[in-house]
Every structure is written in C-alpha cells, then in structure tokens.
Design a protein around this ligand. Structure first.
Ligand code: URA
Ligand code: SF4
Length: 226
C-alpha cells in the first residue's frame, strides 16, 4: 500500500480541505470494505486534542468520530472531568473502520502497524493545523501512532507529561510545510496525558472502576488547562 502521503494536497490550507481530500484516500486496503473516511472533528483552535484508535461501526456509517457507544462514554467523562466540550478536537490514528464479518455483524478489528503507518500522514497533517495545550492519547494504538512502540499507557496513564524527546513531537509535525506561508509561526510546547480507551471501559469487568479511572485521568487534563 502506498500510504496516505500522496493523497494529501501539498497546499492544503485548512482542516476542512484535508478532510475533503481524506475522503478519497486509498493509502491502505481499509478503504475498500469501510463505508467512508472518518476524519477528525472540532475547532482548529482547540485547547485539547483527543486521539483515538479508529472509527467504529457507528462512526463508519455516520462519517464522524466518536459518535457511537465509546463516544457517548467519552463525552460523559469529559463533562464530568470539567473539560469544556467546545474546546476539543477529536480524531483517530486510523481513519477507516477495520472489521471482520461475524455472521451479519461487523466486528471491530484492531488496526495493524501497517495501517497505523499508512494513515499517519493524515495525523501529521492535522497536527500541523492544530496547536493544542494538551494531547490526550486514548489507548495503545494512538500511543503507537504518536509516541512510538516503547510508550506504555498502563505505566504512564494519568500523568501530565512533556512530549517525549525520543518521540516525534507535534511540534515537529507542525514543521510540515503547509498553507500559504509554508510554515506555522510559533508552537507552544505540548504536553500529553495518556489514558485508557473508552472502549476498554465498556469491556472492563469492573466498568465503574474503569470509568472512574478515565475521569480521574481527564481531570489531570482539566487541571493542566487551568
Ligand atoms: N473508537 C475510536 O477509537 N474512535 C472512534 O471514533 C470510535 C470508537
Ligand atoms: Fe487512507 Fe487511512 Fe483510510 Fe488507509 S485507513 S485508506 S491510509 S485514510
């Protein structure tokens, strides 16, 4: 698979333009069976950027990220943590739904490294338009896409961390030449908070405890925003 890079218009000026171009991405095989590309959603000026794994069944049908059960849970947790829901940009590491058929049902299948790598240019392009104060890394796939293979969500969750020097930073992402001026002006140092994926809360044996853990981690994000 060629990867997403060749589908990104070099002069893309806005997230809206990137979103439109992503609709035609054939950068990996996932576009074939999925209904549509699910691009990120939210304000370019968002103070917080959430990065999930990939769209689910509902997101695939609606064309919007986090509008299914995991999304409802996430919104409730965001609200409970005291994060302003109008200050968010929400996206995924992989922009097409990967699934396998079980009878008539489409069952979520975790994306492989090849899909993460193929789709990563869209994430890079999104970060070049965004300047969040905090990036919320939701689960292992987002961590792999943003921070590389050695980051462990279970070990580092709920901590406000500077973007690791060893990882590709959103600041570097922001140096990807895009837009009329070719460069972003200034980018504040970005922090991150990793936490479990809301889908993992839905699957947990003790759902209440898992949910409370997610809310506690998101309160760290709220605290960082002041
Ligand atoms: N899970 C994700 O990671 N992203 C979505 O958009 C929905 C569910
Ligand atoms: Fe392109 Fe990403 Fe979809 Fe693959 S998953 S086709 S790289 S948008």
């Amino acid at each position: 698979a060629p990867g997403a890079q060749e589908f990104i218009p070099p002069g893309a000026d806005s997230l809206a333009e990137l979103r439109a171009a992503a609709g035609g991405c054939h950068g990996c095989e996932l576009h074939r069976d999925a209904t549509q590309t699910v691009f990120g959603r939210g304000d370019e000026r968002a103070r917080v950027v959430f990065v999930g794994e990939q769209p689910g069944d509902m997101e695939d049908q609606k064309g919007l990220p986090f509008v299914g059960p995991a999304g409802h849970l996430l919104r409730r947790a965001v609200d409970e943590a005291g994060i302003d829901p109008t200050q968010l940009y929400i996206t995924n590491a992989v922009k097409h739904f990967r699934f396998e058929m079980r009878g008539k049902r489409r069952l979520h299948k975790t994306p492989d490294q090849v899909h993460i790598v193929a789709c990563r240019p869209w994430l890079v392009a999104e970060f070049a338009k965004l300047h969040p104060e905090v990036v919320v890394v939701l689960g292992a796939t987002a961590a792999k896409a943003l921070l590389g293979p050695s980051f462990r969500v279970t070990r580092s969750r709920g901590e406000l961390l500077p973007w690791p020097e060893s990882a590709q930073r959103p600041q570097d992402f922001a140096k990807v030449p895009v837009g009329p001026t070719g460069q972003r002006e200034s980018v504040p140092p970005t922090q991150l908070v990793a936490t479990i994926h809301p889908s993992a809360v839905l699957r947990a044996d003790d759902r209440d405890a898992a949910y409370a853990g997610l809310v506690a981690d998101l309160k760290v994000v709220a605290g960082a925003l002041g």
